[in-house]
Every structure is written in structure tokens, then in C-alpha cells.
Design a protein around this ligand. Structure first.
Ligand code: COA
Length: 259
């Protein structure tokens, strides 16, 4: 059904693999639409409790937006490329209520890193290299990178990475807090799956609420504390809350239904 991605179900975890290995998994418009469509579909599936996004092969997660598609664009086309991409995929991923982990298996550059930045957190393989090289093309990041990289690593590091266009290795990315773990390549999907499974042992409704409240911190004009109060309050009306607290008091493991 998709031409640029592979989406595999592994029980309650779904793995989406960007599948343009010969182009280092560069993100063309069609690919962006396909991932967007697939994550939206998965988010509505009750049985899918975690999504892992990775790249095909051992070399790249995604080496950026497909430069060949926009090399001739003018102002309006450039602005709409950025807006449509953000609406169709990058903002969508960030705001999914199903947890999304980026498994960075090689180069994550430009739009590739921006996709990983949209995920709820990132794990990298030892060979991974990350950067936002857009200024070397006379551009700036357009899929949310100026905002999300700054939120995650801080202004000084973000501006250095964006202005120099340099790549950093996995060790430095770990040091920056850009990725949460660095593991050997053959352990990458195993580690991400274990993390997804750990998340799944908790209440799905509480996890969705936590994503909403944490994300609210980043939106202008939105009071994150207020969103937290409201999401916190809503948890009290859920079956998961009743089950979680009852199980604790009965000294047994909770069985969450996501209701
Ligand atoms: N857009 C389109 N095609 C890309 C691409 C991108 N962002 N990144 C890589 N490719 C293509 C190359 O054109 C090449 O295609 P070809 O075999 O048909 O010529 C293929 O992927 C392999 O890439 P290549 O450059 O030969 O690999 P390399 O190992 O020598 O270099 C990189 C790897 C990542 C350093 C290099 O590909 C690169 O700099 N890519 C662009 C990174 C970038 O600027 N991204 C931001 C875009 S906004």
C-alpha cells in the first residue's frame, strides 16, 4: 500500500521504516505524506501502544528532505513546502497520543533530524550522525527544527549546530540530551522496543495526557500549567485511574484497559 515506507506490526508496537535506502532515506513529499497517513492511522488503533520510526539499512535514518524536489522552488512554494510538511507530519507526530520513539540508525540530517526531533524521544546507534545542514544550502530548517532543537538542546547549542551546519556524533548527541541512549546498531530496535514495552505497562490514557501536558509547555499562548491541571483532573474520571490506584492498594499489578 505504501511505496516509501514499510510498516510492520510487532504485537502492540508498530515499526515504521523509511524505505529509500538508495537515497539515504531522503524525505520526499510523497514519503512525508505516507508516514503522516500511517501514524494517523496507527494513532486511532487501540491495539497499537507504541510507534518506532527508523530508517532502512545501516547508513541513514534520513539524510534530509529530498533536495532534488525543491531546488527550483520560489518563496511561495518554499513556504508551502514547510507549512504542509509541518501540518502533515512533523506537528502531527509531536502531538500523537501514542508514544513515538525515533530509532536513529545512521545519518539524521535536516528534515531527517527534524522528524526525529518531533518524536517523543530518541535513541541512537553508535554510528549515528546528526545535524541541520540547511544553511549550507542557503536555507534554514523548515520542518520545525529551529524550534524543537532549541527546546531540546538549548539556544546556544542549537544555534551553533544550525549556523555551522556541522554534524555531531552519537556520543555528543547523548551529551547534549538530544538522544536518550546510544547503543550498538544491532541493539537499536531491541532497546526501543523494550522502552515502548515499559511505557505500555502504564495507563494509556495517563500517557496521552502526559504527552499533551508536556507539549503544552512549548506552545505560545498556551499555559502549560493550566493544561496540566486540566489533564490531571481528567485522569480522575478514567477507569485506568481507578484500576491503578486500586491495584496499588491491593498490592497487585494493574491491568490497564486504556479507558
Ligand atoms: N536529498 C536528495 N538526495 C539525497 C539526499 C537528500 N537530502 N541525501 C542523499 N541523497 C542521495 C544522493 O544524491 C545519492 O544519490 P545518487 O546515488 O543517485 O547520486 C545517494 O543519496 C547517496 O548519497 P551520497 O551523497 O552519495 O552518500 P555519501 O555517503 O557520499 O554522503 C551524506 C552522505 C549524508 C554526507 C550526503 O549524502 C549529504 O550531504 N546529503 C545531504 C544532506 C543535507 O544537506 N540534508 C539537508 C537537506 S535540507
Amino acid at each position: 500500500m505504501y511505496t516509501n515506507i514499510i510498516s510492520e506490526n510487532r504485537g502492540v508496537v508498530q515499526i515504521i521504516t523509511i524505505n529509500r535506502e538508495d537515497k539515504l532515506n531522503a524525505l520526499n513529499v510523497n514519503l512525508i505524506q505516507e508516514i503522516g497517513q500511517e501514524v494517523a492511522r496507527l494513532n486511532a488503533e487501540k491495539n497499537v501502544r507504541g510507534i518506532i520510526i527508523t530508517g532502512k539499512g545501516e547508513k541513514a535514518f534520513a539524510a534530509g528532505a529530498d533536495i532534488s524536489e525543491f531546488a527550483h522552488f520560489d518563496l511561495e512554494q518554499g513556504a508551502s513546502l514547510s507549512k504542509e510538511g509541518q501540518d502533515l507530519l512533523f506537528n502531527l507526530v509531536e502531538n500523537l497520543t501514542t508514544p513515538v520513539i525515533a530509532a536513529i540508525n545512521g545519518f539524521a540530517l535536516g528534515g531527517g533530524l527534524e522528524l526525529a526531533l518531533s518524536a517523543h524521544f530518541r535513541v541512537a546507534s553508535e554510528n549515528a550522525r546528526m545535524g541541520l545542514p540547511e544553511t549550507s544550502l542557503g536555507l534554514i530548517p523548515g520542518y520545525g527544527g529551529t524550534q524543537r532543537l532549541t527546546q531540546i538542546v538549548g539556544k546556544g547549542r542549537a544555534l551553533e549546530l544550525i549556523m555551522t551546519g556541522s554534524m555531531i556524533d552519537a556520543k555528543r548527541a547523548l551529551d547534549y540530551g538530544l538522544v536518550n541512549y546510544v547503543v550498538p546498531l544491532n541493539q537499536l530496535l531491541i532497546t526501543c522496543t523494550e522502552l515502548a514495552e515499559k511505557i505500555m505497562s502504564n495507563s494509556p490514557v495517563a500517557i496521552s495526557a502526559a504527552i499533551k501536558a508536556v507539549n503544552a509547555h512549548h506552545f505560545d499562548g498556551v499555559n502549560g500549567f493550566q493544561v496540566e491541571i486540566s489533564e490531571f483532573g481528567k485522569c480522575f474520571e478514567t477507569e485506568d485511574f481507578k484500576e491503578g490506584t486500586t491495584a496499588f492498594l491491593e498490592k497487585r499489578k494493574a491491568k490497564f484497559t486504556g479507558k
